[in-house]
Each structure stands twice: as structure tokens, then as C-alpha cells.
Design a protein around this ligand. Structure first.
Ligand code: ATP
Length: 241
């Protein structure tokens, strides 16, 4: 099943930066990694595809639906973690998840404890989020994204600020979600992490997708995502490594 179908997605800010005619598809059980230098348009692409930003043109289909018409139905089945996590600082970790969970039909409050355990926050469940570190907030935002048992995850630099245990936890968790048939789009600057998590990668440069490929093919031809990335982003012949 095709979970994400994006065609010619364009979103330009007033300063003409943004993304230009992006096209990609993600099937159930696939994880697409967006790579690209700072400011290349990864966050903009993720915001535009999930309706956080209104696209200028192009077509977006998520879970077989058009977000312009059926955004609530899509969000019911989607977990998002884009830029600053939308957490309530004066509530505890547990209260945050219980409150966010109420937005999802069929939410069972009994799932909150196991979810906090999955992201390693069970010992902190009764602490207010305003005292959390950056990595702890990322862990909680990840738990919130998993609340709806998503069929689609959209994660912008999810391991930013996470410690080594956190990144290992994230890897196990995403691989389990992938195994379950969940589709994901994620961005990261960690090429090695992408190799472990993604089935496909796409490289953005100045708002344009300059290349995309299945990870297996990248590893076969380039040996690593880092080499592939450096090759396609510096294809003007300059030596970089
Ligand atoms: N609200 C905004 N108004 C104007 N320009 C913006 C806005 N948000 C982003 N941009 C510009 O759009 C371009 C793409 O930004 P975006 O945040 O999507 O990049 P990114 O690939 O996610 O970067 P990073 O790797 O640093 O997170 C950049 O040139 C940025 O300066």
C-alpha cells in the first residue's frame, strides 16, 4: 500500500526559499530518509506534506486521502515530530501523553505506562516536562507520536539531543514500527543512523531533490550513505574526501 504520494510539491517563503517540485512515494513498511545540508528544505517538505504549512502547488496523498479535505482523519493515523515538540511544560510526562491521547479515537489510557517505558521515561512519569532535558523532551515527543499506533510517522531530526541510549532506543523502536508495517519519513544529519533505519534515501539541495535511491543500492554502489551523499551533493567534480 502506498502511504505517501507526493507529486511536484512546491512551497516557497516570501524570500523565495523553500522546496521546489518534490516528488516521492513511501510504501507501508518503508522508511524514507531525507538528507540535505542545513537550509536545504527538509523541514519545509515535512511541514508542507503534513499540512503544517500550506503548499503553493503540487499534490499530496497520505494514507489514500487528500490532506486538504481529510486532515483530521489522516492525523488520527499519523505520528508527527517536527521541530519543537508540542508538549505541555506544566504537566507531567504521564499527563502529557494522557491529554494528547484523548485526541485519538479508541485511545486507551492503559497504553501510557508501557509507552513511557518504551522510550525510557517511566521513572520520570510524574515529573513536570518543563524540568526535562532536550533529549528527554525528544523521547516524550516520540512517545506522543506513537500514541495513535501510527500507520505513518513523520520525524524531523528525531534523535537530536538524545544520548547514546536514546539513539539506540529510537533505532529499536523505529525498526519495530517498520516491521509492523508503519511507513516513515525522517530527516537526520547522521548518515550512519540513516543506514540502519531507512529503506530509501532522498537528497535535497537548495530545495530541490537532487537524487533518491534504495539504501541497499546506495550501499552496494557507494559503500556508505555518507559517500553517496557527498557525491551527489558535490557533483561538480570537487574532491571532498
Ligand atoms: N518561515 C520562514 N520564512 C522564510 N524562510 C524560511 C522560513 N523557514 C525556513 N526558511 C528558509 O527555507 C529554507 C529551507 O529551510 P528548512 O528549515 O526547510 O531547511 P532544513 O533542510 O530543514 O535545514 P536544517 O538541516 O538546518 O534543519 C532555508 O533557506 C530557510 O532559511
Amino acid at each position: 500500500m502506498t502511504v505517501v504520494r507526493i507529486e511536484n510539491l512546491t512551497k516557497k517563503y516570501a524570500n523565495r526559499r523553500g522546496v521546489d517540485r518534490l516528488s516521492f512515494e513511501v510504501e507501508a513498511g518503508q522508511v524514507l530518509g531525507l538528507l540535505g545540508p542545513n537550509g536545504s528544505g527538509k523541514t519545509t517538505a515535512m511541514k508542507a506534506m503534513t499540512g503544517l504549512l500550506k503548499a503553493d502547488s503540487g499534490s499530496i496523498e497520505l494514507l489514500g486521502m487528500d490532506p486538504a479535505e481529510e486532515l483530521p482523519a489522516i492525523l488520527e493515523r499519523t505520528g508527527c515530530m517536527i521541530e519543537t515538540p508540542g508538549l505541555y511544560p506544566y504537566l507531567t510526562a504521564e499527563q502529557n501523553l494522557a491529554l494528547t491521547g484523548r485526541f485519538y479515537r479508541g485511545f486507551d489510557a492503559k497504553t501510557v505506562g508501557p509507552l513511557l517505558e518504551r522510550v525510557g521515561l517511566l521513572p520520570y512519569r510524574n515529573e513536570k516536562v518543563r524540568r526535562f532535558s532536550v533529549g528527554m523532551k525528544q523521547r516524550l515527543a516520540l512517545a506522543a507520536a506513537l500514541l495513535p499506533e501510527p500507520e505513518l510517522l513523520v520525524l524531523d531530526e528525531p534523535t537530536n539531543g538524545m544520548d547514546i541510549e536514546g539513539t539506540a532506543m529510537f533505532r529499536e523502536l523505529l525498526l519495530a514500527e517498520r516491521e509492523r508495517g508503519c511507513a516513515a519519513v525522517l530527516s537526520s544529519h547522521l548518515a550512519h543512523e540513516m543506514e540502519q533505519l531507512c529503506t530509501h534515501v532522498a537528497v535535497l539541495k537548495e530545495g530541490v531533490m537532487v537524487d533518491s535511491a534504495p539504501v541497499a543500492q546506495v550501499l552496494e554502489r557507494w559503500g556508505s550513505i555518507e559517500r553517496y551523499y557527498l557525491d551527489v551533493t558535490h557533483s561538480d567534480g570537487r574532491e571532498i574526501v
